[in-house]
Design a protein around this ligand. Structure first.
Ligand SMILES: NC(=O)c1ccc[n+]([C@@H]2O[C@H](COP(=O)([O-])OP(=O)(O)OC[C@H]3O[C@@H](n4cnc5c(N)ncnc54)[C@H](OP(=O)(O)O)[C@@H]3O)[C@@H](O)[C@H]2O)c1
Length: 246
């Protein structure tokens, strides 16, 4: 990733998702080199790389299924050789969208694997070099579900995000003395394909939002850039909710 004019290198997990893509292009626009992690959406990853390169920054694509312990550990060993200045733990899913009385151990552990365990291990992997270089930014993408609890069909999703917020607190405390700033963003309802995978009655849902509208990926990307780039100098251990007032 040797682009001398760049502001640093950011790793964005789930960069092929709608929010991940918006975050990646936001950082590229700010002059950062980008490592885009993806899993199944190879075409979207390749298309994103060519968009990012138009900003005259470097872009690398790393593929890993975060459900697979083996793939996660290969991914981490590749990262250990790179100076990552900013990590955006954005990949997320809900495995087994069903009433909690039908959930299996596998549904719960799989959801935690992507939403909590992988971010924890990825943060640990990049933290050491961040501390040594006295600069690091980590942003964990949680969910409004961590604030209010999820629906009865996604309790493991909300719980996994709440656990991710716990990671933020410990890392922020640990990072503070080394200029490694760690924060959480809690998106409310954002217009992405996530909701096509886990459909709900959107009209009813929007009525619960004080601003009476859903957010855009750019709403999250702007905050991720603010917290996860050189722009952030004094904010750490915060949870920023972006949810139209919910
Ligand atoms: N949309 C919302 O309203 C909303 C609200 C609250 C929180 N969030 C959180 O925001 C983040 C981004 O959501 P989004 O709406 O942009 O979702 P999305 O469009 O569905 O994207 C999800 C991303 O996660 C990756 N991913 C899923 N399963 C994976 C696995 N097993 N291994 C590796 N990567 C995996 C996907 O990669 P591939 O496509 O390459 O497989 C994709 O890049 C998530 O953490 C989500 O929980 C979203």
């Amino acid at each position: 990733m040797g682009n001398k004019g760049s502001k640093g290198t950011v790793l964005i997990t789930g960069a092929t998702g709608d929010i991940g893509r918006a975050i990646a292009t936001r950082f590229a626009g700010g002059g950062w080199n980008i490592i885009c992690h993806y899993f199944s959406s190879k075409e979207r990853a390749v298309a994103l790389k060519s968009i990012i390169e138009k900003y005259k920054v470097n872009c690398a694509l790393f593929r890993a299924n975060l459900l697979s312990e083996r793939q996660l550990s290969v991914f981490i060993s590749r990262l250990k050789k790179i100076n990552i200045d900013s990590l955006i733990n954005n990949a997320g899913t809900c495995v087994g969208h069903k009433h909690f009385d039908r959930l299996t151990v596998r549904d719960i552990t799989s959801t935690f694997m992507v939403n909590t365990f992988a971010p924890t291990l990825l943060a640990a992997a990049v933290f050491k070099r961040m501390k040594a270089r006295r600069f690091g930014r980590v942003v964990n993408i949680s969910s409004i579900a961590a604030k209010y609890g999820s629906s009865s069909h996604s309790i493991h999703y909300g719980t996994s995000k709440l656990a991710l917020e716990g990671l933020t607190k410990t890392l922020a405390r640990e990072g503070a003395k080394h200029n490694v700033l760690v924060n959480t963003i809690r998106p409310g309802v954002i217009n992405t394909k996530f909701h096509k995978k886990f459909p709900k009655d959107m009209k009813k849902r929007v009525k619960l939002i004080p601003l009476r509208k859903i957010g855009t990926p750019a709403d999250i990307a702007d905050m991720a850039y603010c917290l996860g780039s050189e722009k952030n100098n004094f904010i750490t251990n915060e949870i920023i909710t972006i949810s139209g007032g919910e």
